[in-house]
Design a protein around this ligand. Structure first.
Ligand code: HEC
Ligand code: HEC
Length: 272
């Protein structure tokens, strides 16, 4: 009996070792690729960048925000664009990279749309406004990189999301209506950098959450949670419908194959 058990254990041990080795290799690879991403730094503002940004601003933004970015008025005295002194590079990067600015026409709320400026121009505009007065900086990638986030951090992110965001954006981040024709948009499409910035600056009717209210690690946990509920099959939708059967198929296939191998090993051991 003990002989049988010992014989039976060894093939399993080999299979288990192989599996562990595969998982370990995958883990090391993920950790390695994650750390190279985190090392990338945000572009730093140079004088040429600031000058380029000023020119872009004069062309595309000054008609509403004023020639010195200190606010512009329409002929009837109403504000065409608020002062941008002190809003910080983060606010410009958020507004321009989500396509909200330049505002096409005055309305209830600046809508997110495909951006008009490319990354380089956006960075230049942000550098120019950032050079006028201190304000929130563009967050560095390691602050919002959620690679390798732990289940505990995700749970924390969920708590913080329900406490601080769900009232406007909905429990599943699908968005919701506010008063006066304004709305909290869906979070399904926001990229991590923009989610971090939205918390930092609080665009329009959204309150801001400075690091004293939500620590950088809290913001990262919230971003991880938002990404997780997007992928959750409970949300339904096309993506889950497309992925579901495939993943289920793989699981069934592996289980079936596992069962066949078990039977083969069992027969082999029995035969001895
Ligand atoms: C047609 C007028 C118009 C143009 C053009 C325009 N803006 Fe604006 N901008 C506005 C208005 C109005 C607001 C306030 C919007 C709101 O409350 O939703 C605003 C808000 C902003 C904010 C947020 C300010 C804050 O308090 O955080 C930034 C940053 C900004 N604009 C940058 C730009 C940049 C950069 C450009 C050029 C690429 C630009 N805008 C072009 C009208 C304009
Ligand atoms: C009081 C309501 C309110 C709360 C609370 C709130 N938001 Fe918002 N949020 C808004 C509104 C309104 C906008 C749209 C602002 C605009 O268009 O200028 C917005 C925009 C955003 C965007 C930009 C999405 C896009 O389309 O680019 C993100 C990301 C975001 N919020 C995340 C959060 C997170 C994370 C929290 C919690 C920490 C939160 N919000 C809490 C009202 C809210």
């Amino acid at each position: 009996m003990t002989f049988l058990l010992a014989r039976r254990r060894s093939p399993w041990a080999t299979a288990l070792l192989l599996l562990l080795a595969l998982v370990a290799v995958g883990g090391i690879y993920a950790a390695a690729s994650g750390s190279t991403q985190a090392e990338a730094t945000a572009p730093t503002a140079s004088t040429t960048m600031i000058e380029e940004g000023r020119e872009l601003f004069l062309e595309g933004c000054s008609s509403c925000h004023g020639l010195n970015a200190d606010g512009g008025y329409q002929s009837d005295g109403t504000v065409a664009g608020p002062s941008l002194i002190g809003v910080g590079a983060a606010s410009v990067d958020f507004q321009v990279s989500t396509g909200r600015m330049p505002l096409a026409a005055p309305g209830a709320q600046a809508k997110a749309k495909p951006p008009i400026f490319n990354e380089e121009e956006t960075a230049a505009l942000a550098a120019y406004i950032g050079s006028l007065a201190p304000g929130p900086e563009i967050p560095s990638p390691d602050l919002y990189d959620t690679t390798g986030i732990s289940p505990e951090e995700l749970a924390l992110g969920g708590q913080l999301f329900r406490a601080n965001c769900a009232s406007c954006h909905g429990a599943s981040g699908k968005g919701g209506a506010l008063t006066d024709g304004k709305y909290a948009p869906t979070l399904a499409n926001a990229v991590p950098r923009n989610i971090y910035q939205a918390m930092l600056i609080g665009p329009q009717n959204m309150p801001n959450f400075p690091d004293t209210t939500l620590r950088p690690e809290d913001k990262r946990a919230i971003i991880g949670y938002i990404e997780a509920i997007r992928e959750s099959p409970n949300n339904g939708g096309v993506d889950a419908g497309r992925l579901g059967p495939v993943t289920e198929g793989i699981v069934l296939w592996l289980l079936g194959l596992g069962a066949l191998i078990s039977v083969a090993i069992w027969i082999g051991v029995k035969a001895k």
